[in-house]
Design a protein around this ligand. Structure first.
Ligand code: NAD
Length: 319
């Protein structure tokens, strides 16, 4: 089994690698070649969440699980709140193949999913990017979004405004003017990414203009919520996986309230393989409910393993 520690990941997997791997995964799901197993997600108390996301991709020969979660006390310890490790197994024999640090991979694969949704669903002429959130994932989201659309400015809101300058620094690095705004100014945005751990809706339907694309990426657990259910009902809704979207994604609330039918939610993979047209009008509000699936983790971990083997990196152990 190859052990690839977190510190090696940055040199092995790029944002472009993640985009290609996640796109291939969503497409394999749409073709029925890959599927996720039910998610285990448990509350450990004091806001800590721990669980397992796993799946099988027959197209790429990936079988495995990501174990990890969200530990909100970590920031005060100088480590990131999200902690995870990916384990890959041989799908023929069940033998362990690799153990891969999952922190950076999670950020890359999450930003990749959001960017794929923007690439496929946002208007081509989108110029203003809105971001709700300014934590660890937000910078990765900003960088990935900027790869798929020629934005000319970024506006951002966060419950904790003192976190916004670090996001502004990334915008500056990308050459994009950045402004911290009130939520009501999100009506100026052509694309809005939400990436918070909020337990209640903060972004309301009135904050969103017709024609906007939203990538709602923060809600990955029962009880989390970033946007008003009326906004979910208003949008043409896409997701990574419908089963997760209705149970632990942003759609859990709108579906639970009877405002959106589960069968009105389209897997993004259907757009990628040409089975769904995606956006059909310039005034349509589109929304991607990015819940985060195990197959995304396996895909990017697979890239890390391939690269590490090519370069003789990582630690091989007998098991
Ligand atoms: P972080 O702890 O670094 O940042 C948390 C963010 O949420 C900050 O912007 C903070 O100001 C905001 N926030 C905290 N409490 C809030 C509240 N009560 N109301 C509104 N906003 C609040 O976390 P992160 O690593 O940036 O992750 C953000 C979210 O994204 C988490 O919920 C995490 O579980 C989720 N996530 C989802 C995926 C996915 O695939 N969908 C992947 C990774 C992380």
């Amino acid at each position: 089994m190859l052990i690839i520690p977190e510190a090696l990941i940055a040199g092995l997997v790029s944002a472009d690698d993640a985009l290609a791997a996640v796109e291939a995964t969503f497409a394999a799901m749409a073709r029925g070649e890959a599927y996720n197993f039910p998610v285990v997600r448990e509350a450990l108390g004091a806001g800590r969440q721990y669980g397992f996301k796993s799946g099988l991709d027959r197209a790429s020969g990936s079988l495995g699980v990501k174990a990890g979660g969200y530990f909100p006390g970590n920031a005060a310890r100088g480590i990131i709140n999200h902690q995870s490790t990916v384990f890959l197994f041989d799908p023929e024999t069940g033998r362990p193949v690799a153990m891969v640090g999952g922190g950076l991979l999670t950020a890359l694969r999450t930003a990749a999913a959001s960017a794929i949704s923007i690439d496929r669903l946002a208007r081509r002429d989108a110029k203003v990017l809105g971001i709700v959130g300014a934590g660890h994932q937000a910078g990765f989201q900003l960088r990935a979004a900027a790869r798929v659309r020629a934005f000319d400015r970024v506006i951002a809101w966060n419950l904790h405004p003192e976190m916004l300058p670090s996001l502004g620094a990334i915008a500056a690095e990308l050459g994009l003017p950045f402004q911290a705004v009130g939520l009501e100014r999100m009506v100026e945005a052509d694309v809005i990414i939400t990436i918070t751990s909020s337990p209640v809706a903060t972004l309301m339907s009135a904050h969103v203009s017709d024609g906007c694309h939203l990538a709602c990426m923060g809600t990955d657990t029962v009880g989390k919520q970033e946007v008003e259910p009326a906004l979910v009902a208003r949008a043409s809704l896409f997701t990574d996986e419908v089963a997760q979207s209705v149970t632990l994604g942003e759609a859990q609330h709108a579906v639970g309230m009877g405002l959106k039918a589960a069968d009105a939610i389209t897997p993004l993979g259907a757009v990628l393989v040409g089975a769904h047209p995606g956006r059909v009008s310039a005034r349509e509000v589109t929304m991607f409910d990015g819940t985060g699936i195990g197959l995304q983790d396996l895909a990017v971990a697979g890239v890390a393993v391939e690269r590490a083997r090519e370069r003789g990196l990582g630690v091989e152990v007998a098991v």
